[in-house]
Design a protein around this ligand. Structure first.
Ligand code: NAP
Ligand code: ZN
Ligand code: ZN
Length: 347
């Protein structure tokens, strides 16, 4: 089995360090990709630190992967060596359950196989993600990448992009919708760009006053500093849809109060503590509290094509692989504008 250079977390309390992993040989339906750029998602940090109690070490994080195809199995139809390719959060699923048949592989009844810390369906072990030289996946889980956009800005679309695009589409956000985006980080900045491109009126809800100018530059029509009572009063009962991207514990009821009748607060951020929401909060106003997980393969391709057509990429700070631990520290402090992306040539 080919040895592959990577970076891994070996425990919850130690830094991410150089590590060698074994990848499988290229199978008949596999596409092998040399990784050029890998985005750094807050989920990488949650997994490295075992925030959700499900990490299997060593973990090689990274699920915002773009690169170039170096080899394909003899049954592969849609990729050839030299093509650009992307791999996001999923590398496999059962393909036959209702969700898989409905292009919702992320909700596969047998559990989708995630790009890292996932269990290979053939029992061969744990998956390893994009903080590595190369990766392989069945071609059904490999995305086509446009050569029109800067690749480092495209990488974060594979998670931050689809995670925000999918709920915006599902809840039919468009012209006339009043959208609140809660938290201006990797997911939040993509949510602002995408919701604005779909024609919505977008308000940035942030606890960081210094992000106001950026929110405006990203296209937000309004900015509300969530610690300022006067500002939050003005959006009581206001929004049709709030996308909550916050990674830390916070009071959901405070934001549900900002929904108008029939409004929905949709969580994509995953704070450590469970939500505590009295039923009354939802009953008065027929409000919904929901969640959404990344997106299926067809919708991810749709999002990538949409972004290529509308010239939408992530605002990135490109870093060297060795600086990943500093990037994590900065991310924890909210000091990222708005996605770290690793230049894998520095591995
Ligand atoms: P990120 O770049 O670190 O952004 C998180 C943002 O949350 C921060 O920029 C900050 O925005 C806000 N925030 C942080 N701490 C806060 C606090 N104590 N109180 C209030 N706001 C706070 O993270 P990300 O990569 O966008 O990921 C966000 C969350 O989504 C993570 O939990 C991640 O695991 C999860 N996620 C879920 C999915 C899914 O499929 N559902 C996919 C990817 C990621 P402001 O400074 O503007 O307040
Ligand atoms: Zn992610
Ligand atoms: Zn399935």
């Amino acid at each position: 089995m080919p040895s592959t250079k990577a970076y891994a977390a070996l425990s919850a309390t130690t830094p991410v360090v150089p590590h060698t992993i074994e990848r499988r040989e290229c199978k008949p339906h596999d596409v092998q990709v040399e990784i050029l750029y890998c985005g750094v998602c807050h989920s990488d940090l949650h997994f490295a630190h075992n925030d959700w109690g499900m990490t299997v070490y060593p973990v090689v994080p990274g699920h915002e992967i773009v690169g170039r195809v170096t080899a394909v199995g003899d049954q592969v139809k849609n990729f050839k060596p030299g093509d650009l390719a992307g791999i996001g959060c999923l590398v496999d699923s059962c393909r036959v359950c209702d969700n898989c048949k409905d292009d919702l592989e992320q909700y596969c009844a047998e559990s989708a196989v995630f790009s890292y810390n996932g269990n290979e369906r053939d029992g061969s072990g744990n998956t390893y993600g994009g903080y590595s030289q190369s990766i392989l996946a069945h071609e059904d889980f490999v995305l086509r990448i446009s050569d029109k956009l800067p690749l480092e800005g495209v990488a974060p679309l594979l998670c931050a992009g689809i995670t925000t695009y999918s709920p915006l589409r599902h809840w039919k956000v468009g012209k006339g919708s009043r959208v609140g985006v809660l938290g201006l980080g990797g997911l939040g900045h993509m949510a602002v760009k995408l919701a604005v491109s779909m024609g919505a009126e977008v308000t940035m809800l942030s606890h960081t006053a210094s992000k106001e100018a950026d929110a405006t530059r990203l296209g937000a029509h309004k900015f509300v500093l969530t610690s300022d009572e006067e500002q939050t009063k003005k959006v009581a009962g206001y929004f049709d849809f709030i996308l909550d991207t916050v990674s830390a514990n916070h009071d959901y009821n405070f934001y549900i109060a900002m929904l108008r009748t029939n409004g929905a607060l949709v969580c994509v951020g995953v704070p450590p503590n469970p939500a505590n929401i009295p039923a009354m909060t939802l009953i008065f106003g027929r409000k919904s509290f929901a969640g959404s997980l990344i997106g299926g393969l067809a919708e991810t391709q749709e999002m990538l094509d949409y972004c290529a057509e509308h010239n939408i990429v992530s605002d990135v700070e490109v870093i060297a692989m060795k600086d990943i631990n500093t990037a994590y520290e900065r991310m924890e402090k909210g000091d990222v504008r708005y996605r770290f992306v690793i230049d894998m040539a520095t591995l």
